[in-house]
Design a protein around this ligand. Structure first.
Ligand SMILES: CC(C)(COP(=O)(O)OP(=O)(O)OC[C@H]1O[C@@H](n2cnc3c(N)ncnc32)[C@H](O)[C@@H]1OP(=O)(O)O)[C@@H](O)C(=O)NCCC(=O)NCCS
Length: 337
């Protein structure tokens, strides 16, 4: 068995097979068009690949996709060094081929392939089938909690809307990277890939897009996107440092959900967020049943950064800490694929 990149024709064949898994709300034609359009998006064009596990006779046994994403690893002096991580999506084995270890083999060969890239840091995926399958291939699960908030007709005071017209570049420039030993960090194109999904569904289903990109309050920022499948306003990125600010930004999201006719606001919990959210009178913490973040280091330095209590090397400038207690990572929804 071997791993090969798919041709365009093979990608279209996989689309036809995966429709029943991931095509809800869409016709098969609209799903194929969605996949085509997402592959044509700037983030995908930067480095998105479809991988096939093939038998010796060339028959396709399993498939998945990878998207290159930015990540930062602190060096011995505490400086953030950029590298490449890979978000893995759409792991798929046809029903009649399941249970023979093909997905496991695909993940093992893929990790070996990705680890050969000179700047490789880590692979990241979001399991809809629990941790066991991917843990076999070295993926470590992260906690998966959501915060749900109802829509609200009342806009909060002291919050500015982030207008669609200005684009995501200035929005991303406002966000402060975590101080952790290792962190993922998106480009504006990566976040826009989520908005492109929203645009596709809005067009296909005749739905209105949320009026803004997010909300700002002082130096704090919240970026959101519309997810048709769950009829929710999903928070892609949340950078708030006080409960007052966190509550005001979430209330802006609740108001946007109201304007767009959505059922609720959903925020993925990240390490350190719970104390900011727990006092919001309408926020409810619920276990997330799917999209379990799992990370596989692709080089020893990243593995060390993810070890419990590894933190940062000694001798760092005062005030700089790993920020995370035990190998936990910041994995906001904006990193999902
Ligand atoms: C999940 C999937 C890729 C596994 O493919 P596969 O080639 O059968 O995988 P393997 O033979 O290597 O491993 C099978 C394991 O996956 C587990 N699995 C498959 N579907 C599962 C599900 N819905 N929930 C939990 N575990 C599941 C099997 O129980 C089996 O576990 P075990 O070997 O520990 O007993 C395949 O079932 C599939 O394509 N499912 C539909 C799409 C999907 O859900 N993809 C995963 C998205 S994260």
């Amino acid at each position: 068995m071997h791993l090969v990149p798919a041709t365009d024709a093979q990608k279209a064949e996989r689309d036809a097979l995966t429709y029943t898994e991931w095509g809800s709300l869409l016709t098969p034609e609209a799903y194929a068009a969605r996949e085509h359009r997402l592959r044509a998006h700037a983030w995908s064009r930067a480095d998105m690949r479809t991988w096939l596990l093939c038998a010796e006779d060339g028959a396709v046994l399993a498939s998945c996709e990878t998207f290159r994403t930015r990540s930062f690893l602190r060096d011995a002096d505490g400086a953030r060094q950029p590298g490449d991580s890979f978000a893995i999506a759409s792991v798929f084995t046809e029903p009649h081929l399941r249970g023979r270890g093909h997905a496991t083999h695909l993940m093992d060969l893929l990790a070996a392939e990705l680890a050969r890239r000179p700047r490789a840091h880590a692979a990241l995926l979001f399991s809809d089938v629990g941790p066991r399958l991917y843990a076999r291939s070295g993926y470590l699960p992260q906690p998966a909690w959501d915060w749900h908030l109802p829509p609200s007709p009342t806009p909060p005071p002291d919050v500015q809307a982030l207008p669609r017209a200005s684009g995501l570049g200035p929005v991303l420039a406002r966000l402060r990277p975590p101080e952790d030993a290792f962190s993922f960090w998106p480009t504006p194109e990566q976040l826009d890939w989520h908005l492109e999904r929203g645009r596709i569904y809005a067009e296909q289903l005749g739905r209105a897009q949320p009026p803004s990109l997010g909300a700002a309050r002082g130096t704090d920022t919240l970026v959101w996107s519309f997810v048709a499948k769950s009829n929710t306003l999903v928070v892609l990125w949340f950078d708030a440092r006080s409960p007052e600010s966190a509550h005001a930004l979430l209330d802006a999201a609740r108001h946007e959900a109201h304007l767009a006719g959505l059922e609720r606001v959903v925020l993925w919990e990240e390490p350190g967020l719970e104390p900011l959210l727990a006092t919001h009178p309408h926020a409810r913490r619920v276990a997330r049943p799917d999209a379990l973040p799992m990370v596989r280091p692709l080089r020893p330095e990243v593995a060390r950064a993810l070890e419990p209590a590894s933190g940062l090397p000694s001798g760092l400038p005062s005030g700089l800490s790993s920020g995370l207690p035990s190998g936990l990572l910041h994995v906001p929804r904006g990193l999902w694929v």
